[in-house]
Design a protein around this ligand. Structure first.
Ligand code: HDE
Length: 692
């Protein structure tokens, strides 16, 4: 700290206690003799005001909390780097995009949007994907989401959208969910949200982990090359780990079993050296494409299909270091869409323009001072100098006499000056027009891309969209809102509208009148589906192995080795966390006790149960749930023949399918693990869902 402030330490030696610990001091550096009792008059007497140690400690504690983010309050961050793999000097002059092989430090914060800071990780919600790149030319923030479109077209609607999505103001609930009247009231009155609604009702909003999701810059930005030529761009982050989501019932149960599931996953994977990685992809296009495209490229409720503008992969983002302190880094990091560097520029997207005001403004409220940029996680890692001074918590004040310019103090003492050559310049643009509050006519088609997204999904994903809409609208208490929503679905896909109306038990309402005639023949786009792009890998995934006393040691070893070879992890679950005595007589400690380690925590499960073990667990409800849930959540299940009585109890013995693999002979472990890259037994869903 003192080093950061560049203050003189006064040459005092490091203080240590007799036991060799660093000495506890007050904020003033005074050593503390007793941190267990406050200063009082007499053994049982009142507190003395002069107890400066107590007052300072309590004062600081009383002020520990800062306002949480008004949106994206719950998040988790990590450090890493960006490495350019493809020179982009044809389109951008940014240093970070023109120096192949150079590593630029990065900080990434993932988040949910609607829930408060303490809300569960598996809420059905959009995920924030905010990247701060500490480039040599200043900080560049790409403040994106895991979904490439947004609910609204104009920033002025953002407070309304967020008010409607968060807790209802009179009752203060529901928390971290859109399944309530206010949200569906607002969106059903805002047809521009329909494309986003398809995305948020898809499995994209219940990701298995931050590591398994895509990121998008959402808006159209500009890149600018050294000749000043602008090129439109959309930013994509593609996970090397592949995409993966959980199923809805699993999400509900995960929120109870481990509300920190996503942050724990990121922490664990980085700590174990399995660094998550994304490729940066650019969709580059020019004015001519923008003109002939069916939609306006300034409309953030629309994508540009990859088939029309392919993605050029230009670099990789690796997260390889957890934070030292959650508050200092993850909580205090302040992303601002306005943070761009020479070689990057904005477009007139009316959402982006509004964000450029909001992010700077909100940091002042949250972090309490315009000097939030001095906090280490926010400060650039390149030199920075200007004449901004003072304010709360100022750490970088101009040195010397000059704190203004122009001045005549010369290059030694006169401080910094603008640099017309290296400095940021906006792309010159002809602007002409009347002062108006309007939406362009080309923003008015709200259904065509919603349909395109829906028809691009695999059948099982379409079913999940129908299920999610039915679930959410079933929580809506006002019938007129449910109907209004279904009236929009009729403009998207008639089968979907029927499924949802049927699920709600209502008659099909009339279709909503569209503001502009939809385009009904947009082709399906495979990259929009998760299932069609399945990673076919178990790397970075986890097999939960349920063991009992007497479990076969050889089989356990074979399973562990096979999973490790597939790049995955294993975790042992047992009746007692102390572990079990395996068939070879050795004790094997477990990571989880069965009722704290339900199968929702794992991508697949193996039941290494002995006969005696099965006998003991026959009546155990957590054991039954472990097995029944693994089956209901479409997981691959390996089981010893001795586990059969438990599977009967779980009600699955008669329904075993190709995803249930007997672990009997020596080669079974490998055969079972070979199936795991398929991640889910999708066909099973038809058996476990009465509505299917
Ligand atoms: Fe945000 N958004 N947003 N947003 N947003 C914030 O800034 C806002 C939008 C996104 O991990 C706030 O520092 C407006 C789109 C992320 O710290 C606030 C509008 C996208 C994060 C704000 C939008 C995002 C935020 C709250 C409509 C995807 C978390 C705290 C014009 C491209 C960053 C804060 C982090 C956070 C405003 C819409 C992504 C209030 C006005 C579209 C990932 O400034």
């Amino acid at each position: 700290m003192t080093d950061d402030l560049n203050l003189d330490k006064g040459g005092a030696p490091r203080q240590t206690t007799e036991q060799g610990y660093e000495t506890l001091t007050t904020q003033q550096g005074v050593a503390v003799s007793d941190d267990q009792n406050h200063l009082k008059a007499g053994e049982r007497g009142p507190m003395l005001m002069e107890d400066f140690h107590f007052r300072e400690k309590m004062f600081h504690f009383d002020h520990e909390r800062i306002p949480e983010r008004v949106v994206h309050a719950r998040g988790y961050g990590a450090h890493g780097y960006f490495e350019l793999t493809d020179d982009c000097s044809d389109v951008s002059m940014a240093h970070i995009l023109t120096n192949v092989g150079e590593k630029t430090p990065a900080f990434v914060r993932f988040s949910t949007v609607a829930g408060n800071k303490g809300s569960p990780d598996l809420a059905r919600d959009v995920r924030g994907f905010a990247v701060k790149l500490y480039t040599q030319e200043g900080n560049w923030d790409i403040v994106g989401n895991n979904i490439p479109v947004f609910f609204i077209q104009d920033a002025i609607k953002f407070p309304d959208l967020i008010h409607s999505a968060k807790q209802e103001p009179d009752r203060g609930f529901p928390q971290a969910q859109t399944a309530h009247d206010n949200f569906w009231d607002f969106v059903s009155l805002s047809p521009e949200s329909m494309n986003m609604i398809m995305w948020i009702m898809s499995d994209r909003t219940i990701p298995r982990s931050f590591r398994f999701m895509e990121g998008f810059g959402v808006h159209t930005f500009k890149l600018v090359n050294s000749e000043g030529k602008p090129t439109f761009v959309k930013f994509h982050w593609k996970p090397k780990q592949g995409l993966q989501s959980v199923v809805w019932n699993e999400a509900l149960k995960l929120n109870g079993a481990d509300p920190d599931f996503h942050r724990r996953d990121l922490w664990d994977s980085i700590q174990s050296g399995d660094y998550p990685e994304w490729e940066l992809g650019l969709q580059l296009f020019d004015e001519e494409f923008a003109e002939k495209f069916d939609f306006d490229v300034l409309d953030a409720t629309k994508i540009i299909p990859e088939e029309l503008v392919p993605i050029r992969k230009v670099g990789r983002l690796v997260l390889d270091r957890v934070v030292d302190n959650f508050f200092a880094e993850t909580e205090q990091v302040a992303f601002c869409t306005q943070n761009i560097v020479p070689g990057v520029d904005f477009t007139n997207d009316p959402l982006l323009q509004g964000r450029n005001f909001s992010y700077l403004d909100t940091q002042l409220k949250r972090l309490g001072s315009p000097n939030f940029t001095h906090i280490p996680v926010n400060a650039p890692k390149c030199p920075f100098r200007n004449f901004q001074q003072d304010g709360h918590m100022a750490m970088h004040n101009p040195k010397g006499r000059a704190n203004y310019e122009p001045n005549s103090w010369g290059t030694e003492d006169g401080g910094p000056r603008e640099d017309p050559k290296r400095g940021f310049k906006s792309v010159p643009e002809e602007i002409e027009g009347q002062k108006l509050r309007v939406r362009p006519e080309r923003f008015a088609d709200h259904y065509s891309q919603a349909r395109q997204f829906y028809i691009s999904q695999a059948e099982i994903e379409q079913k999940h969209i129908g299920d999610a809409l039915t679930f959410e609208l079933s929580k809506v208490e006002t019938p007129a809102i449910r109907e209004r929503m279904v009236s929009h679905l009729r403009n998207i896909d008639e089968d979907l509208a029927k499924t949802v109306a049927n699920g709600l038990g209502i008659d099909l309402p009339k279709a909503a009148p569209p503001a502009r005639k939809p385009i009904t023949d947009l082709p399906a786009s495979d990259p929009l589906s998760i299932v069609k792009n399945a990673p076919n890998s178990f790397k970075g995934r986890k097999l939960g192995i349920f063991v009992t006393d007497g479990a076969d040691a050889g089989q356990l070893d074979a399973l562990k080795k096979a999973v490790e070879a597939a790049g995955g992890m294993t975790e042992l679950v047992a009746p007692k966390v102390g572990g079990v005595k395996l068939s070879d007589g050795k004790m094997m400690p477990a990571k989880q006790k069965i009722d704290g380690g339900p199968s929702v925590l794992y991508d697949a499960v193996a039941l290494l149960i002995s006969e005696a073990g099965a006998d003991k667990l026959k009546k155990d409800a957590p054991t039954r749930d472990f097995i029944a849930d693994a089956f209901a959540h479409l997981k691959f299940i390996g089981y010893t023949p001795a586990a059969m009585p438990l599977m009967e109890k779980a009600g699955i013995a008669d329904s075993l399918d190709q995803g249930c693999v007997k672990l009997d002979g020596a080669s079974d472990a490998k055969n079972f693990v070979d199936l795991l890259p398929r991640l889910r037994v999708w066909d099973r869903e038809m058996k476990v869902d009465v509505d299917a």
